[in-house]
Design a protein around this ligand. Structure first.
Ligand code: NAD
Ligand code: IPM
Ligand code: MN
Length: 358
């Protein structure tokens, strides 16, 4: 059976790391006899917006619905297109309209990478952030009144639904139940955000009733960020609302040395719509064009995509390949965020060769 994958590279370093993600996928597909049809599109990029006045063609939903998955780079070029226009016109639309309500973001200290946290070794940091991905603080409910006057008022509501919260909690509990430590941590802020967050805590407690083997704790988001730095070994599965999960999923990878390695899966678990796989990082205008972006976040996201499509062995082979290259620590191959002097291509090529070699 052949799998159709839509390739959306996006902007900035998205265009540089995507070819390395594709190279790794092709190497794994060849080794494991997987048939992939990779089809690139130029939409969902700021260049497309500047030419067409919109981020996506009118028929994007029908076009992308025909694919088994979407492999995505990074979007945003804030000097030319305001971020809220480019992101609400593409990525956030995909997450909502394809009901990708789980954003699964692994966070692991990899061999050969030095954590900025003193004395942390691989094994000390190994958890998942499960981020609610379609509602919460990312809502379009609200508006501005008395605009331009000194009475200006701006309101943006947080929207949480029982359906929306329970389904992501269920995913997180199911995941925790499969992990050796069976531990789930909930990110809350029920002391200050006194309507939605006490309700979130109640939903966590209610879901926990169905998982007597899962050990549940919770922290307010402020001390939780501190504990990510002080005690990253406490965490196993961390479930969070949309905004809290966004923040935690940059902080966690930063504790593992670089956000350049962090992958994510925007999943529609029912398979009604395609799921989307992308690195956690953005388009990094500060380093775009220099060919020094770390491609591992993109490559690892490709591994998550293969696992989602049913190819766990191929996914594991990709992860083993970049772990081996990292463990070797050849600074001519590693990118500058990994303290090397290598390029995006050199690191991507070393990983692809390792995948092919088995
Ligand atoms: P960013 O993630 O693009 O960059 C933050 C910092 O991390 C920069 O210093 C950058 O150089 C570094 N960095 C990021 N990825 C790296 C990699 N692979 N290798 C080495 N270093 C890397 O975040 P930002 O600067 O806040 O945002 C830039 C643009 O990207 C904005 O338009 C933003 O909206 C967008 N963005 C898009 C996504 C996405 O498409 N999923 C995610 C985050 C930000
Ligand atoms: C992410 C990004 C996006 C988010 C932005 C670009 C809208 O930061 O995927 O983490 O906030 O979800
Ligand atoms: Mn983010």
């Amino acid at each position: 059976m052949s799998h159709r994958i839509a390739i959306l590279a996006g902007d900035g370093i998205g265009k540089e790391v995507m070819p390395e993600g594709v190279r790794a996928l092709e190497a794994a597909a060849k080794r494991f006899g997987i048939e992939l049809e990779l089809e690139p599109f130029d939409f969902a990029s700021c260049d497309y917006y500047l030419e067409h006045g919109q981020m996506l063609p009118d028929d994007w939903h029908a076009t992308l619905s025909q694919f088994d998955a979407i492999f995505y780079g990074a979007i945003g070029w804030p000097d030319k297109v305001p971020d809220h226009i480019s992101l609400w016109g593409s990525l956030l639309k995909f997450r909502r309209e394809f009901d990708q309500y789980v954003n699964l973001r692994p966070c692991r200290l990899l061999p050969g990478i030095k954590s900025p946290l003193a004395d942390r070794e691989p094994g000390d940091i190994d958890f998942y952030v499960v981020r609610e991905n379609t509602e919460g603080e990312y809502s379009s409910v609200g508006g501005t009144m008395f605009e331009g006057t000194d009475r200006e008022v701006v309101i943006q509501e947080t929207v949480m639904t029982r359906h929306g919260v329970d389904r992501v909690l269920k995913y997180a509990f199911d995941l925790a139940a499969t992990r050796p430590r069976k531990k789930l941590t909930s990110a809350t802020k029920s002391n200050g955000i006194a309507i939605t967050m006490p309700w979130w805590d109640k939903r966590v407690a209610a879901m926990g009733q169905h998982y007597p083997d899962v050990n549940v704790d919770q922290f307010h988001i402020d001390i939780l960020t501190a504990n990510f730095v002080l005690h990253p070994d406490w965490f196993d599965v961390v479930v969070a609302s949309n905004l809290f999960g966004d923040i935690l999923s940059d902080l966690g990878p930063a504790c593992t040395g670089t956000i350049g390695v962090a992958p994510s899966a925007n999943i529609n678990p029912e398979g009604t719509f395609p799921s989307l796989f992308e690195p956690v990082h953005g388009s990094a205008p500060d380093i775009a064009g220099k060919h020094i972006a770390n491609p591992i976040g993109q490559i690892w996201s490709g591994a998550m995509m293969l696992e989602h499509l049913g190819y766990k062995e191929a996914a594991d082979a990709i992860v083993a390949a970049f772990e081996a290259v990292l463990a070797e620590g050849d600074t001519r191959v590693l990118t500058p965020d990994l303290r090397g002097s290598g390029s995006t291509q050199a690191l991507g090529q070393a990983i692809a060769e390792r995948i092919a070699a088995g």
